[in-house]
Ligand binder design. Structure first.
Ligand code: ZN
Length: 481
């Protein structure tokens, strides 16, 4: 039946064809979206009731809920248990293999909740006042539910696919990343070219009032965690002597506080500002729609927004102190804990070298606790385009664009394996709801669970729908017929 559908695909420079909405929409029209959305809400409720708080994890509770749902649809899944009660899951819908697999990734562990501060039981999954409530509703069981239902919807449609669509529901993202490690150990079999995972989402009034901006994360910063240790001769607290360790630390901290921001403009930022600016209008819109004017005139106002500053610069954040417990003892060593985040393209030693030069004091040294480099996926890509196009479909004035995330996710581990990873949870929320992630009363609008399923399923189908064929691996020419 599909062979009869009009195919108006385009062949991208990288040779990967992408179906256009012309082909996909005929398939999507066969879905009862109201029913599928309702089923996603119900499934999300069950997932939220599986208490997979990390630590300790107990993710098998949530993984069993996913496996059971898939089994009922005739989709096999492999559960990889890497510790008692802790597991990740891989499930696959097979396609023709003419494109490499596409992975739908999420984590099923959640951070703890302070139940007494919530207005509902954080593990109730209750649907009330137009929201699904529970720890993980946004971060990120809501996405797990949408991804599982995307797989289920494709399976029910029975639509021939050009590629495998693989579901990866993993444990332990919030603490040690052992869940994604278990999946990576099988990467030879998974080997996907594209991944969608957490990262950005649709945010109301992000850059312009009244404009919803769908942020699709294409890059994540590396994290360099350091101890900054000052040393000096110990002594009695009663008698101040210059040059003791606490004084060196205080002076070093002063220098860190005076550290100047160095903006590293990325193509992703400038493209995002350009798209938002064109839709936003006014003087601000005019400035942001021009990369040259943005660099010249918008720099300071962008740097005044902490999340924006964090994506434009390498940051150094003092997050703790150690040493010197006793008031009357001057210790020989005191120190601070630094959380430094470096943009893609920088190495951990770059920031350490910068700090040594900035502090410029031989009595202060730096020890690396852990270090990773950031990475980035290109966004000139059919799947990125499909996510962006489906994100804003039917929404007046909404804009989608590529962003860099200040934090990191499991995607960081997959880009070096050759996957293009995009961070996009397909829900539109406002600043208040954003604050419930890792906070109190985490919840997702029921309407957004419905819309999110449609956004994601459509984007996945756009790049996975079987094409009327030439030989495997040699895409047909682009001519519509
Ligand atoms: Zn998360």
């Amino acid at each position: 039946m599909l062979a009869a559908l009009a195919f108006a695909g385009t062949v991208r420079p990288d040779g990967a064809p992408s179906a256009t909405p012309v082909a996909t929409d005929s398939v999507l029209a066969q879905v009862d979206w109201s029913q599928a959305g309702g089923e996603t809400v119900e499934f999300l409720s069950r997932l939220l009731q599986a208490k997979s708080t990390n630590p300790p994890g107990n993710e098998t509770l949530a993984i069993s809920v996913v496996a059971e749902k898939l089994r009922a649809e005739g989709i096999d899944s492999e559960v990889i248990e890497f510790a008692p009660g802790r597991a990740s899951l891989v499930a696959r819908l097979e396609g023709a293999g003419s494109d490499k697999p596409l992975c739908l990734l999420s984590h099923v562990d959640v951070v703890p909740a302070e139940a007494e501060r919530w207005s509902v039981d954080p593990y109730s999954g209750v649907v009330k006042d137009g929201f699904v409530w529970g720890r993980g509703a946004l971060d990120m069981k809501g996405m797990t539910a949408v991804e599982v239902m995307t797989l289920v919807t494709l399976k029910r449609l029975g639509t021939p696919l050009s590629r495998d669509v693989v579901l990866l529901a993993v444990a332990d993202e919030e603490v040690d990343g052992r869940g994604i490690d278990a999946v990576i150990a099988q990467w030879d079999e998974i080997g996907c070219s594209h991944v969608v995972n957490e990262g950005g989402l649709g945010l109301e009034n992000l850059i312009f009032d009244g404009q919803t901006f769908h942020a699709i994360s294409v890059a994540e910063k590396g994290a360099v965690w350091l101890k900054m240790i000052a040393s000096g001769a110990p002594g009695h607290g009663s008698t101040p002597v210059p040059g003791r360790a606490p004084e060196h630390l205080a002076l070093a901290l002063q220098k860190l506080a005076e550290r100047k921001d160095v903006v590293v403009w990325s193509d992703a930022h400038l493209e995002t500002f350009r798209r938002a600016g064109r839709g936003g209008g006014g003087m601000k819109g005019m400035i942001l729609s021009s990369p040259a004017l943005t660099k010249l005139l918008a720099k300071n106002s962008l740097l005044s927004m902490p999340p924006m500053r964090a994506t434009l610069t390498n940051t150094v954040n003092v997050t703790g102190f150690f040493g010197g417990e006793q008031p009357n003892v001057v210790p020989s060593e005191v120190g601070a804990i630094l959380d430094c985040r470096i943009l893609p393209g920088f190495m951990p030693e770059d920031i350490v070298r910068e700090l040594i030069a900035l502090v410029d004091d031989p009595a202060v040294r730096f020890e690396i606790l852990s270090a990773s480099t950031g990475n980035e996926s290109p966004w000139d890509d059919p799947f990125f385009d499909a996510l962006a196009r489906r994100a804003v479909e039917g929404e007046d004035g909404a804009v989608a664009g590529p962003v860099r995330s200040p934090g990191y996710t499991d995607s960081m581990a997959l880009r070096p394996l050759g996957a293009r990873a995009y961070g996009y949870v397909p829900f539109v929320i406002d600043g208040e709801l954003l604050g419930t992630m890792h906070g109190d009363d985490e919840r997702v609008p029921v309407a957004e669970v419905h819309a999110g399923l449609r956004r994601l399923a459509a984007a996945v189908l756009d790049v996975s729908l079987a094409r009327p064929e030439g030989p495997m691996g040699s895409p047909r020419p682009a001519a519509p017929r």
